[in-house]
Design a protein around this ligand. Structure first.
Ligand SMILES: [Zn+2]
Length: 91
């Protein structure tokens, strides 16, 4: 039997503790469960969003700044992969 995410108006399939993966991640980050989940966007617009978030962040808040830097890094890697670049494997 398929169980759906227990968050109101979320129609994703529950994966853990009655929540979908998006809401599992939100709960573990301590973010709001009720805010709408962003639609899947193109790799490039994810890079742009992450860059804007980093530029807007308070650089005095190291944890937050590092998190946003990391998010930009991940978005950039995803974008590079979408273009066919592959990370070199250290030998
Ligand atoms: Zn959900």
């Amino acid at each position: 039997m398929t169980v759906f995410c227990q968050v109101n108006e979320c129609n994703r399939i529950a994966q853990r503790n009655g929540l979908c993966w998006a809401h599992v991640r939100r709960r573990s980050r301590g973010s709001s469960l009720s805010a709408p989940i962003r639609r899947v966007t193109s790799p490039w617009s994810t890079v742009v969003d992450a860059a804007i978030d980093l530029a807007d962040s308070d650089s005095q808040d190291d944890t937050n700044y590092r998190r946003r830097q990391w998010r930009l890094r991940k978005a950039t890697l995803r974008y590079a992969r979408s273009l066919g670049y592959q990370r070199k494997v250290a030998r």
